[in-house]
Design a protein around this ligand. Structure first.
Ligand code: AP5
Ligand code: MG
Ligand code: ZN
Length: 222
């Protein structure tokens, strides 16, 4: 069955962590706008240079740039069975462009991970990411098995420059102003499910799978 899912949440809420687990569990493509921009920066191309100038300030990359990149990406063959969007849409304009590009019932579910601001800052200040596959780790909550190395691919771990505390505060402010309206947008469509983000990683995954009609659901074992 085709499944198109959006994961919404503030910076550090666990979008990337959960999208990776769900995409594996459900066999869906994981599409992360931030990861695509970071890959473009590593390649040193023009898209990367444009994105960098906004990302390092904690600001959103302009809608037209993001929309074009994501609509091209979801047209790829690995998205025919569906996809999990992580970090897109982030403005009403992006959400409307996505709805227009897909058919009327294009998106099946929007999963909103709720986490308090203090916890977001704690998580991002301890985060390390794999340079090769972008898998996120946390020094305390979710450490890699071998220090400094990715469990999945052995890649080198690094800290994102935009995880500096001042930039994190800006990212949260931008999220409140520009992305929070999407809660209402998808809520009114009856597509939104809120999930408690301040549980351990597996418990959050179980709640998300339950919202998608898969898995054990909240409050049960396994
Ligand atoms: P992006 O890369 O999307 O960053 P973000 O939204 O700020 O979110 P993060 O990736 O920081 O957090 P996450 O929710 O993925 O959390 P994670 O799973 O890593 O965007 C970066 C920039 O790109 C933007 O600022 C913007 O400039 C640009 N951009 C991207 N998309 C755009 C768009 N659509 N429009 C315009 N501009 C765009 O987890 C965080 C940490 O917590 C990790 O260390 C993890 O191990 C830990 N953790 C996760 N879950 C748990 C848990 N349950 N308990 C304890 N610890 C946990
Ligand atoms: Mg992420
Ligand atoms: Zn890796």
């Amino acid at each position: 069955m085709r499944m198109r899912v959006i994961i919404l949440g503030a910076p550090g809420a666990g979008k990337g962590t959960q999208a990776a687990l769900l995409s594996k569990e459900l066999g869906l493509a994981h599409i992360a706008s931030g990861d695509l921009f970071r890959q473009a920066q590593d390649r040193g191309d023009e898209l990367g240079a444009i994105a960098k100038s906004y990302m390092e300030k904690g600001l959103l990359v302009p809608d037209e740039v993001v929309i074009k990149m994501i609509l091209e990406r979801i047209a790829a063959p690995d998205c025919i069975q569906g996809f999990i969007l992580d970090g897109f849409p982030r403005t009403l304009e992006q959400a409307q462009a996505l709805d227009q590009a897909l058919s009327a019932n294009g998106i099946d579910q929007v999963l909103y991970i709720e986490v308090s601001d203090e916890e977001l800052i704690r998580r991002l200040s301890g985060r390390w990411l794999c340079r090769s596959c972008q898998a996120p780790y946390h020094m305390i909550n979710n450490p890699p098995r071998v220090p400094g190395r990715c469990d999945l691919c052995g890649g080198e771990l690094y800290q994102r420059p935009d995880d500096a505390e001042e930039t994190v505060r800006k990212r949260i402010e931008v999220y409140m102003a520009q992305t929070m309206p999407l809660i209402d947008y998808y809520g009114k469509m009856g597509k939104l499910t809120a999930v408690k983000g301040e549980q351990d990683i597996d418990a959050v995954s179980n709640d998300m799978l339950a919202a998608l009609g898969r898995g054990e659901g909240p409050g049960e074992w396994g």
